[in-house]
Design a protein around this ligand. Structure first.
Ligand code: GLC
Length: 550
């Protein structure tokens, strides 16, 4: 790969759920050779980096986030050699690969935990967090609210409770034990030595526990993550850590490290972190036709070091989380986006992008346009580039993890197996079924959503100011219009979004660009006059969006 160590600043990420992407051996489960066979597709879409969900041996109680062996590949997915081939084949196409690094917990089937629960004096006992009572750390919230009554589970054989922030089948590792801290760095080295380009680090706020705190974002956690970063920088320069910390922007800021008062000081913790709070606000803004909440959260988003980047997303493999909104807004979002109680899960909504947005092409496009122009690197969740649907009746979050719809043919081109044997059923309804929504049909149709997304990817990459530039939100004379000015030393792009179902006229203070002739990067606008000294007026159709180079 090219040696650019800041490659992630303007990269397009693509999240792959291996089990649902492509099945090469007809067992109804996606696998590594299947993904390899689809790399040309990802190259054609234009993505720069694949994020692979956990691919390790696991009893799959949490779809692989419950790891039973950190040093191997789940047999359903193939072998370590297949993984090496994947990395080589991806790199040959200019695509990087990051893997999930699940530091916080293992599966209860992991040999460490199997040992640990054998007796209180087992050498592995201290790999996990034990207590005589379930009354410790009472200020720590429960995350999987729908299923877990407590963060403690009683182990009858040894008469103590063990600590877990997620399912009871996912005991938390004890980072106060130096052996654990060291071992997880060995895990990182093992996968880095296969040539990958970094990790998406799972559930990082919860590594340490301390009485009297909510056990999130503790100084000890940051110290450990900085240590992990040093290993990467020293041994694998150019590799990244993308942190999953579902937190407020001001609590996220420390995850980048560096100096909070000076973005010129390089970050020394995560290269990237997901911007969780902006996501639900995009959906809220679209329903209320009012961009205020987006502006408010972005105004409260601190500057980050120059060598860091936000990662923005509309949807992912989890429920659309409503953890980072007020209780009032959560109720509102549930009302607006999850009218059927079955659509709700924990503090979120188990639906995909297209159904959330009424399968309205205009809303799906404008939401993506925001994604591609906000500060940060965008992530596309597999299937959202074709507007796949969901199945809220499946277990847990599986309804947003259904097989990728490649063709209208048998098994949707996902697998040769009998569809009845697929690990979860295909989407097969009149609106979102694979007969109608599939990659082949959309690639063949120049007007399809796929081509629109592909164009956004290409235009974004051709205009690095969208990755590197600073961002200013301009007043646009309408509450329904989001106007972002992305500006760097050599270029400026103004992105306009009409989040309402009625036409709007944006009135913009562009005096400092007087004389400029805006260039319509996506080829969507009516002819535009040059910018003058008067406020600049742009007409926007319902749910319209424009990227104007100034
Ligand atoms: C992260 C993952 C989620 C998983 C949890 C526990 O939030 O995104 O899918 O269940 O961590 O590992």
């Amino acid at each position: 790969m090219n040696p650019d160590t800041l490659w992630y600043k303007n990269a397009i990420f693509y999240e792959v759920h291996l089990r649902s992407f492509c099945d090469s051996n007809g067992d109804g489960k996606g696998d590594l050779p299947g993904l390899i066979s689809k790399l040309d597709y990802l190259q054609e879409l234009g993505v720069d980096c694949i994020w692979l969900l956990p691919m390790f041996p696991s009893p799959l109680k949490d779809d692989g986030y419950d790891i039973a062996d950190y040093y191997n590949i789940h047999p359903d997915y193939g072998t370590v050699d297949d993984f090496r081939t994947l990395v080589a084949e991806a790199h040959a196409r200019g695509i990087r690969v990051i893997a999930d690094l699940v530091l916080n917990h293992t599966s209860d089937q992991h040999p460490w935990f199997v040992q640990a629960r054998q007796s209180r004096d087992n050498p592995y006992r201290d790999y996990y967090v034990w207590s005589d009572t379930d009354q410790k750390y009472r200020d720590a919230r429960i995350i999987f609210l729908d299923t877990e009554p407590s963060n403690w589970t009683y182990d009858a054989a040894t008469g103590q409770y063990y600590w877990h922030r997620f399912y009871a089948s996912q005991p938390d590792l004890n980072y106060d034990n130096p052996a654990v801290a060291e071992e997880m760095i060995n895990v990182l080295r093992f996968w880095m030595d296969m040539g990958i380009d970094g990790f998406r680090a799972d559930a990082v706020p919860y590594l340490f526990e301390r009485e009297g705190t909510n056990c999130e974002n503790l100084p000890e956690t940051h110290a450990y993550l900085k240590r992990v970063r040093r290993v990467l920088d020293e041994e694998y320069p150019g590799a990244i850590l993308l942190g999953e910390a579902n937190q407020w922007p001001w609590d996220l800021r420390p995850y980048f490290g560096g100096d909070e008062n000076n973005p010129a000081v390089p970050g020394d913790e995560f290269h990237m972190a997901f911007h969780f709070p902006v996501m639900p606000r995009i959906f809220k803004a679209l329903k209320l036709e009012d961009v205020s909440d987006i502006l408010e959260i972005m105004a409260r988003t601190p500057d980050i070091p120059f060598n860091c980047q936000w990662c923005v997303f509309l949807r992912n493999h989890d429920e659309l989380t409503l953890e980072m909104v007020t209780e009032e807004d959560r109720q509102l979002m549930w009302q607006l986006y999850a009218p059927d109680p079955r659509m709700r899960l924990n503090l979120g909504i188990r639906r995909r992008l297209a159904p959330l947005l009424d399968n309205d092409r205009r809303k799906i496009e404008v939401a993506n346009s925001i994604l591609f122009t906000l500060p940060g690197a965008p992530i596309i969740y597999y299937g959202d580039e074709i507007g796949m649907g969901d199945n809220i009746w499946l277990f847990d979050r599986n309804g947003v993890r259904t097989p990728m719809q490649w063709t209208a043919g048998p098994g949707a081109g996902f697998s040769q197996a009998d569809p009845a044997d697929f690990w979860v059923p295909l989407i097969d309804d009149p609106t979102y079924g694979y007969q109608k929504v599939n990659v082949a049909a959309q690639m063949a149709d120049p007007q399809s959503l796929w081509h629109t997304i592909r164009q956004m990817v290409a235009v974004r990459k051709a205009n690095p100011v969208l990755g590197w530039g600073n961002c200013q939100f301009l007043p646009a004379g309408s509450r329904a219009v989001l106007a972002l000015l992305r500006q760097g030393q050599e270029a400026a792009v103004l992105a306009l979004h009409n989040l309402s179902g009625t036409a709007q006229t944006a009135v913009l203070p562009l005096e400092s660009f007087a004389g400029a002739q805006p260039v319509d990067l996506l080829g969507r606008a009516d002819p535009l006059p040059p910018v003058g000294t008067e406020p600049y007026r742009v007409n926007l159709r319902p749910y319209d969006y424009l990227w104007l180079k100034l």
